[in-house]
Write a new protein. Structure first.
Length: 237
């Protein structure tokens, strides 16, 4: 894992944008797995600015959404709503090049199977963008005795249920749909973005290098192509 520290989120996002554009230039039809939330938002804004100047750069890119809340009213606070606004519309990604969980599917097990088949057909993931959860989760792969390898229905931790994305929603989701740890670790390249308040303890745990299911992000040490971009605070080093 290559770890780079930045003084603020803007500098971090500029480096992340540079890394993503580098990969797209090399492989215009790459499969990008996108996390949602506040940490990767400046990155997506950077890509949107690039699209305004050179939209053709994103003509072939494929977007796979990492996860989705289950049980939200309509599109309120959903990962799909976020992606449509911040990624799909600005980059003008065609419908056939965008893959996401349907949180309103009648059969959740069948929906997880469908997304796994999409990944099997379109994958492997060329570039995976991840944020670090306050409890060390990746997507909705929550701390547990045993982590799930593939697409699954996840029981959300209390920390995830309090996530900023759903802080103002009228209903609080207790489940989510997510790619599994093996799916994530099968990506050719991973960019982990670490910023925001309340992550000092989990960042320290990640940086210790000790791999534990109680902090799923630590499994990224097993991957040989991870760029961890981290907004520095005094006790993260």
């Amino acid at each position: 894992m290559t770890i780079t520290y930045f003084d603020n989120p803007l500098l971090m996002s500029e480096k992340a944008t540079e890394l993503v554009l580098e990969e797209i230039t090399k492989n215009p039809s790459l499969l990008l797995c996108a996390a949602t939330g506040s940490s990767p938002l400046p990155l997506y804004e950077g890509l949107a600015l690039k699209a305004q100047r050179k939209r053709s750069l994103f003509d072939k890119i494929r977007i796979l959404l990492l996860d989705e809340w289950l049980g939200l009213p309509s599109n309120e606070g959903s990962c799909n709503g976020y992606a449509q606004e911040k990624i799909i519309a600005p980059l003008e990604v065609a419908k056939e090049r965008y893959f996401n969980f349907n949180s309103e599917a009648d059969d959740i097990a069948a929906e997880c199977k469908r997304m796994q088949e999409v990944l099997d057909k379109e994958g492997p993931i060329d570039l995976c963008i991840l944020g670090l959860g306050k409890n060390g989760h990746l997507g909705f792969n929550e701390p547990a005795d045993e982590l799930q390898p593939h697409c699954h229905l996840a029981n959300l931790s209390l920390k995830s249920q309090e996530h900023d994305m759903v802080a103002k929603t009228s209903a609080k989701p207790v489940h989510g749909l997510t790619l599994g740890m093996q799916d994530i670790l099968s990506a050719k390249k991973i960019i982990l973005l670490v910023s925001g308040e309340g992550k000092e303890v989990v960042a320290k745990q990640l940086l210790s290098g000790e791999i534990t299911n109680q902090c799923p992000a630590t499994w990224l040490w097993k991957h040989d192509n991870v760029h961890c971009l981290m907004v520095s605070s005094g006790d993260m080093h």
